[in-house]
Design a protein around this ligand. Structure first.
Ligand code: GLC
Ligand code: GLC
Length: 809
C-alpha cells in the first residue's frame, strides 16, 4: 500500500495520506542552519550542531509520535485545525505534503479555506522561512484567527532535557512588535540569540508555554487557541515559546500570504547590546527585511530551485525505467547531500545529541557528495584529517561546531584510518586538484604538528601494517566497520556501551578480514596515486605490503566457499563453516571480492555465489547467517540484537552495495542489478506499509528474514547506504567513473537493458554518454567514439566544452 507518489517533474514526493506508517521527513537548509520537518510539520531547527546549538525543542519517541514542531492553528468559528493535520487532527477536506529538494510544502483545506505552508531555508541565510498562504475558495467572506507556535530549546539539546532545576529559571525573551526574541544565557557566555517574526501586525502573542497551552493541555488543544485570543504572556524562566496571533479576513476568492521567519544571529561581544539588557536587533531586522514580502520569498525560493537544478545536472541519466531515473537523478543524490551535512547526527532515529561527525562515516559520505560541491568536500577532508593522531589512529568522531575529536564516544576502531585514503582519493579523482595533498594539516588539532595531507595518507596506510596479528591480518581493535563485532570488549555490564567500554587489545589475536579487504582496495588506490604522482619508491613499498596482505587472506582467510570474517581474541575463526551461528558474514565477502583477492583461484566468484545462496533474501542481503540467538561475550554487541535486526542478520543496507560493486567488477550485471533493485527505495515504494519509513530515501536497515517482520525498515536518512549506492549505481552499474586523467566508461548492466544515456559534467567539460547494448551484454565495451572518432581503451580524456560519447557494448 502506498501513501503518496513521486512527482519527478517537480522533484517531489507527494504524500496524500497524513497517516503515514511513520513520520516521513525532509531536511531544510544546505550549509549551517538546518531544520527537520515531518509531513505534519513536526521537527526542529539547529545551527551547525544539533547538540550544542539547538534552536527549537523536540521530544524524541514521544506520545503521540512526532509531537512538537512549527504549528499553525487556524480558528474559524468553533473549528480549529492545522494545515498539516497535526496536532489537532481535525479531519481535513484536503491534505497534501510535498517534500522537495530542501523545501517542504504542506497544504490543508477545511470548509473552503485553503492554507498552504511553504518551508525552506534560503541560500546563505540563517533562517527558516515559513510562508503561510490562505485562499478563500468559497462565495462568502471569511474571518478567522491564526496562531503560530514553536517552543525554544535552551540551546544545549542535552542539558535542555535533563537539568530542570536550572532550566526552569534561565529562560528569557524580548518582544518587539511582531518579533519574539529568544535570549536565554545571552547576557553571560552566549553570543547568539534566535527570533521568530511575521511580516504583518499581530493581534497578540504568547511566550510562556503553560500560559499558551494550559498546564493540563497538549499541543492539540492550546487554551489560548480554544479561547480565541493570545494571553500576552512574557516568559520568565519555565519554558519559553513563541506564538503570534493574527486576525484575517478574506473576500470570496481572495488570497493572502504571511511570511514567518525563524532566524538565528551571532554577534561580537562589543555589539551584543543596544542598551543595557536590550539585545542588538539590527542583524535580525536585516534578515527579516530580506523576506518581508511574498515576492522576496518567491525570489529566494527560485534561487534555491536553481541551486538544485545546477547540482542535479552534474550527473543525470535517462533509461526506460522511471524508478531508476528518479533515484539516480533526484533522491539518491539529494540524500547524499543530507548525509554529508548531517553525518549521523540528527534524524528521527538519531537524536542529534549522541553523535557528531564520524571519521569513517564522513569519509564514506564524500563519495556520494564530492561531485556536487567539491570545495566543501575539500574542507571536510582537511577537518577530518586534522583530528587524526600521529600514528594514523583516529578519534572515531568529532563535533561539527568545534571540529575537535570527541573521545567520549570511543576510539580504537582499526578500519578508521583507511577511510581517509578512500575519501581523499574520491576527491582527487573528481577534481584533479592535487594541491590538496600539499596542504599542511595538524594532528589532533595541535598547532605545530602540521604535515602534508599526503603524509596523513601515508600514516593511515602504515597504521594497518603496524597493527598486524598472528596471521599477518589487520588487528581489529575495538571493531572494524561493523561497530558491533566487538572482539576485545568482553562486556558483562548492561550499563556500559560497547563503543566506550574497555578495549582489551593486550594479548588479543583478534584480526579482521574486512579490514584486510579494505586495506587491499584502498592500498591499491594509494599505490595508483603514488604512481600517478611519480612517487615510485612509496608505490613499491606499499605494493609489497598489499601483496603480503593478499597472500595472508588467501592462506588464512579463506574458508573453502567464502572468506572468513575474523579471528577472535583467542585466535578462533569467526564466520566459518566450523561456527554454529555466524558461519558467513557479508563484509569480508564484499571487501575481499572488491579487492579481487584470490580471483584466479576462483575465490571471488565462489564468495559471491555463497553470498547469494546463504545471505540473500526477499528484501536484500542480510549481514550474517545463521543469526545469533544468544549472547556471545567474545563477539560483543552483534549478538545483543534480536535475530534479523541491525548488525545481527538484518539487511544492513550500507554493505549491500559492496556486493553490488563486487558483482559489477566480476561482470555479473544481472546479479548486480537484482541486488540493487531489492533495497532501492523507489522499487520498494509499492509496499510502503510494510517498509514503514520514507519511500524516497534509503534506510540503514531493513529487517532480515529471521526477524518478526521481514522487510520492515528503520533508521532512514542518515546512513552510508546513500553514498555507497550512489557510488555503486553511478560508477559501477552505469559505469561512468572519474579518474585522475579522464572518465572511465565501464557499465555493468542487466542483459535486459538495451542502453541508456548519461550526461556528466566533469571538470570543465560536459559529456553526453550514450550506451548501446543491442546484444544484451552484461559487461564489456566494444567501441567508444568521442565526437565521432573511435578512441582506444575505455577512458575519455579530460576536455573542456561539450562532447558526445557513444559506447557500444
Ligand atoms: C552505523 C555507523 C557506522 C557503522 C555501521 C555498522 O551505521 O554509523 O559507522 O559502520 O553502523 O556498524
Ligand atoms: C550501535 C549500532 C551501530 C552504530 C553504533 C554507533 O552499535 O548497532 O549501528 O554504528 O551503535 O554508536
Amino acid at each position: 500500500m502506498k501513501f503518496g507518489y513521486f512527482d519527478d517533474v517537480n522533484r517531489e514526493y507527494v504524500i496524500t495520506n497524513a497517516r503515514t506508517p511513520w513520520p516521513w521527513i525532509n531536511y531544510l537548509g544546505n550549509e549551517d542552519f538546518f531544520s527537520l520537518v515531518s509531513n505534519t510539520a513536526g521537527g526542529y531547527s539547529f545551527f551547525k550542531d544539533a547538540k550544542f546549538r539547538r534552536i527549537t525543542r523536540y521530544r524524541y519517541n514521544n506520545v503521540p509520535m512526532d509531537a512538537g514542531g512549527r504549528y499553525f492553528y487556524i480558528k474559524e468559528g468553533d473549528v480549529i485545525w492545522n494545515p498539516g493535520w497535526k496536532p489537532t487532527k481535525t479531519p481535513l477536506d484536503k491534505y497534501e505534503c510535498r517534500h522537495g529538494m530542501s523545501y517542504t510544502r504542506i497544504t490543508g483545506e477545511k470548509n473552503g479555506l485553503e492554507a498552504e505552508l511553504l518551508m525552506f531555508v534560503p541560500l546563505k541565510t540563517h533562517a527558516e522561512i515559513e510562508r503561510l498562504t490562505f485562499r478563500n475558495k468559497t462565495e462568502s467572506k471569511k474571518t478567522f484567527k491564526v496562531f503560530s507556535f514553536l517552543e525554544w530549546c535552551l540551546w544545549n539539546a542535552s542539558t535542555d532535557m535533563e537539568n530542570f532545576q536550572r532550566n526552569f529559571s534561565t529562560g528569557e525573551v524580548e518582544i518587539d512588535g511582531s518579533v519574539i526574541y529568544h535570549k536565554t544565557e545571552y547576557k553571560e557566555r552566549r553570543n547568539h540569540y534566535a527570533f521568530y517574526g511575521v511580516n504583518s501586525p499581530i493581534s497578540g502573542y504568547d511566550t510562556d508555554r503553560e500560559t499558551f497551552l494550559g498546564l493540563y493541555n497538549g499541543f492539540e488543544e492550546p487554551e489560548a487557541v480554544l479561547e480565541g485570543s493570545s494571553r500576552l504572556s512574557h516568559a520568565h524562566g519555565w519554558s519559553p515559546i513563541a506564538s503570534h496571533s493574527l486576525d484575517v479576513t478574506l473576500e470570496p476568492g481572495e488570497e493572502k500570504s504571511f511570511v514567518f521567519t525563524l532566524g538565528y544571529v551571532e554577534l561580537n561581544d562589543d555589539e551584543k547590546w543596544e542598551s543595557k539588557g536590550v539585545i542588538n536587533k539590527a542583524p535580525a531586522k536585516a534578515i527579516l527585511s530580506r523576506f518581508d514580502t511574498s515576492e522576496k520569498v518567491d525570489r529566494a525560493f527560485n534561487e534555491l530551485k536553481a541551486y538544485w537544478d545546477d547540482l542535479l545536472s552534474i550527473y543525470s541519466v535517462k533509461t526506460d525505467d522511471d524508478k531508476l531515473d528518479r533515484m539516480v537523478n533526484i533522491w539518491n543524490q539529494y540524500q547524499c547531500m543530507v548525509t554529508f551535512n548531517m553525518s549521523r547526527s540528527a534524524s528521527f532515529f538519531e537524536s542529534g545529541i549522541g553523535r557528531g561527525m564520524g571519521f569513517r562515516d564522513s569519509n564514506q559520505d564524500l563519495v556520494g557528495f564530492v561531485h556536487q560541491i567539491p570545495g566543501r568536500a575539500r574542507e571536510r577532508i582537511i577537518d577530518i584529517a586534522s583530528t587524526q593522531f600521529p600514528d594514523g589512529g583516529c578519534y572515531h568522531q568529532y563535533q561539527p561546531l568545534t571540529k575537535r575529536g570527541n573521545n567520549d564516544i570511543g576510539g580504537g576502531f582499526n578500519d578508521d584510518p583507511m577511510w581517509l585514503i578512500f575519501g581523499t582519493v574520491a576527491y582527487l579523482k573528481e577534481t584533479g586538484d592535487f594541491s590538496i595533498l600539499d596542504e599542511m594539516v595538524p594532528f589532533d588539532n595541535e598547532k605545530g604538528t602540521e604535515v602534508t595531507l599526503f603524509e596523513h595518507l601515508k600514516v593511515s596506510f602504515n597504521h594497518v601494517i603496524e597493527n598486524l596479528g598472528p596471521h599477518g591480518l589487520p588487528l581489529i581493535g575495538r571493531a572494524d566497520w561493523n561497530d558491533c563485532l566487538n572482539l576485545n570488549c568482553f562486556s558483562h555490564d548492561p550499563n556500559e556501551s560497547f563503543q566506550t567500554t574497555e578495549n582489551n587489545t593486550v594479548g588479543s589475536k583478534a584480526e579482521s578480514l574486512m579490514i584486510a579487504g579494505l586495506f587491499s582496495v584502498c592500498g591499491k588506490s594509494y599505490v595508483a596515486l603514488c604512481e600517478y604522482l611519480g612517487k615510485d619508491d612509496e608505490a613499491r613499498r606499499a605494493s609489497e605490503f598489499i601483496s603480503k596482505m593478499d597472500e595472508s587472506v588467501i592462506k588464512y582467510g579463506w574458508d573453502g566457499e567464502w572468506y572468513l570474517r575474523a579471528y577472535d581474541f583467542y585466535g578462533k575463526k569467526v564466520g566459518s563453516k566450523e561456527n554454529e551461528e555466524g558461519k558467513i558474514f557479508i563484509e569480508s565477502q564484499g571487501w575481499c571480492a572488491m579487492a579481487e583477492i584470490g580471483k584466479s583461484e576462483g575465490m571471488v566468484e565462489k564468495s559471491l555465489d555463497s553470498t547469494k545462496k546463504l545471505l540473500e533474501c526477499e528484501h536484500g542481503i542480510v549481514l550474517n547467517q545463521p543469526a545469533f540467538t544468544s549472547y556471545v561475550v567474545e563477539y560483543g554487541e552483534i549478538s545483543t540484537y534480536p535475530a534479523g535486526y541491525k548488525e545481527n542478520a538484518g539487511i544492513f543496507c550500507h554493505n549491500n552495495p559492496w556486493i553490488i560493486i563486487a558483482e559489477a567488477l566480476a561482470g555479473r550485471g544481472n546479479d548486480a542489478w537484482s541486488h540493487y533493485a531489492k533495497i532501492c527505495p523507489s522499487y520498494t515504494e509499492e509496499h510502503s506499509d510494510l517498509h514503514k519509513v520514507e519511500p524516497y530515501v534509503y534506510s540503514q536497515m531493513i529487517a532480515g528474514r529471521d526477524a518478526a517482520k521481514p522487510g520492515e525498515a528503520k533508521n532512514s536518512w542518515l546512513t552510508g547506504t546513500a553514498a555507497w549506492n550512489w557510488y555503486a549505481v553511478s560508477q559501477f552499474i552505469l559505469g561512468v567513473r572519474p579518474y585522475y586523467d579522464g572518465l572511465v566508461i565501464d557499465p555493468c548492466i542487466p542483459s535486459s537493458c538495451k542502453g541508456f544515456k548519461v550526461t556528466r559534467r566533469f571538470r570543465s567539460g560536459v559529456y553526453t554518454i550514450e550506451v548501446k547494448n543491442p546484444d544484451g551484454a552484461e559487461k564489456g565495451v566494444k567501441t567508444i567514439t568521442l565526437d565521432g572518432v573511435v578512441i582506444s581503451g575505455n577512458k575519455v580524456p579530460v576536455l573542456s566544452g561539450e562532447h558526445s560519447v557513444v559506447v557500444s557494448m
